[in-house]
Design a protein around this ligand. Structure first.
Ligand SMILES: NC(=O)c1ccc[n+]([C@@H]2O[C@H](COP(=O)([O-])OP(=O)(O)OC[C@H]3O[C@@H](n4cnc5c(N)ncnc54)[C@H](O)[C@@H]3O)[C@@H](O)[C@H]2O)c1
Length: 420
């Protein structure tokens, strides 16, 4: 095994590329070095260049310029927006880069299949950023199920409580608000949930049905005296839970410059934030946006061996941690995003696992999943071993096909089969 760090090119150095994954290289310089970047936004491109000391000849403003060069790194991270995944992913796969692709794979079934097809059977490593698989918490949950202590798994209840302010930020005002600009919410947000059910159960999903809608964040629900921009709105101070003024100004005034403030502007001062709210998408009233993705959705699933699962996604909660109940013939499990409790029916005993505390060094986003993924990706690239990653092309395609089938069901009032 080489002691030199593996080298990484970043395609799309935005919130995920520059701010979530690239810091791994600065923290672990012996494992990973960022050596090239393609990014059209000047501030982000310059930051990537400065932070990672990338030579000017390896800095580009478009992924196509990077892909046109001889291979510049061992691996590439494709972290462009959802609708810009397929072309760079396939181009870099064909250039024999090891590829780490942000989820969702792509916005429609055909494009997802094309990416999986391009990655299939090659010697290079390909993985999707299904970060939940790389968290100590979900790994423990899977290990408990696999240990057999719960017996035969009858059913799972899984919930993604998106959170009212997160929904407003990302799915009403932000990048994933409109299906034409990105994809349906069940794909953009909940492909993670379809995927984690596959991961935990280790079974194929056979059939699926779904209901849901955009119930609340619609023009007809706008209060009479609300303004189109929160900065001008009489309800902004304490009368509207979705006020952008109250939410983002509090962040900057508290000196909290992380996500999601880092998405709305780069000038981290009250004046900079106010400018962004005055002109940019994040200052809009939640009832005056061009959003169309659902704010609540439920999905019913039938897996192999008669196991069923239900999934609920809702905006309308203050919570941000996914919750999971697993009901087996010998026991049941409840996970609240931090602590997993396992009850044994025979002994009546409940064991509690405070996984995140036990793991000690959990840092970074998604309960350590962002960092866990990078760690395993680096290992897999070094060892040329696909098996060190669990989110390869086949299983990722499966979770995406579940999401597309759920969406067809929601729209057409049907029960759908999962076609792989
Ligand atoms: N794994 C997860 O849990 C997770 C979480 C959030 C977002 N995501 C996904 O990550 C991806 C990126 O999201 P983000 O929040 O970082 O978005 P972002 O907009 O901050 O970053 C995307 C970057 O791509 C750049 N870009 C645009 N055109 C380009 C081109 N031609 N060549 C190179 N770069 C180009 C943009 O300028 C931008 O900086 C999305 O697909 C999103 O759905 C995944």
């Amino acid at each position: 095994m080489s002691s030199k760090p593996i080298t990484l090119a970043i395609c799309g150095a935005g919130s995920r590329g520059l701010l979530s994954y690239a810091p791994y290289a600065l923290k672990h310089p012996d494992e990973l070095k960022v050596v090239a970047v393609a990014e059209p936004r000047e501030w982000f491109r310059d930051e990537a260049m400065k932070r990672h000391k990338i030579p000017a000849k390896s800095v580009f403003s478009d992924w196509r310029e990077m892909a046109a060069k001889e291979k510049l790194a061992d691996a590439v991270l494709v972290a462009t927006q959802d609708s810009l995944h397929k072309e760079p992913a396939i181009a870099f796969i064909k250039k024999n880069y090891d590829v780490l692709l942000e989820k969702p794979m792509a916005c429609n079934e055909t494009d997802c299949r094309e990416i999986a097809e391009a990655a299939r059977g090659r010697k290079s490593i390909f993985a999707l950023c299904h970060v939940l698989r790389y968290t100590p918490y979900f790994r423990r949950m899977k290990a408990i199920v696999e240990s057999g202590v719960l017996g035969q798994i009858a059913t799972v209840r899984h919930i993604e409580p998106v959170g009212f302010w997160h929904q407003a930020h990302s799915y009403v005002r932000g990048n994933w608000r409109n299906e034409k600009l990105s994809s349906p919410m069940i794909l953009s947000k909940s492909c993670h949930d379809m995927d984690i059910l596959l991961f935990i159960l280790g079974k194929k999903c056979l059939r699926i049905s779904s209901f849901g809608s955009l119930m609340h964040f619609r023009k007809e629900n706008k209060p009479k005296n609300a303004e189109a921009r929160c900065l001008d709105c009489p309800l902004a101070d304490n009368k509207c839970p979705y006020s952008a003024k109250a939410f983002y100004m509090k962040m900057v005034n508290d000196g909290n410059f992380g996500w999601p403030l880092s998405v709305i502007c780069t000038e981290m001062t009250p004046v900079g934030v106010e400018k962004a709210l005055r002109k940019g998408p994040y200052g809009r009233c939640v009832y005056s946006c061009d959003n169309d993705v659902v704010d609540h959705q439920i999905v019913s699933m039938l897996f192999e061996n008669e196991t069923t699962a239900s999934f609920t996604m809702t905006a309308f909660t203050p919570k941000m941690h996914r919750e999971t109940d697993i009901f087996g013939s010998l026991g049941c499990l409840r996970g609240d995003g931090n602590i997993i409790k396992v009850t044994n029916f025979l002994t009546g005993r409940t064991d509690e696992f405070d996984v995140n505390r036990e793991s000690g060094d959990i840092t970074g986003g998604h309960g350590g999943g962002d960092e866990g993924l990078m760690k395993d990706f680096v290992k897999a690239v070094r060892a040329r071993d696909f098996s060190l990653l669990s989110s390869g092309p086949e299983v990722s395609l499966e979770s995406h096909m579940m999401a597309f089938a759920a969406e067809r069901s929601r729209r057409n009032n049907t029960v759908e089969r999962i076609e792989l």
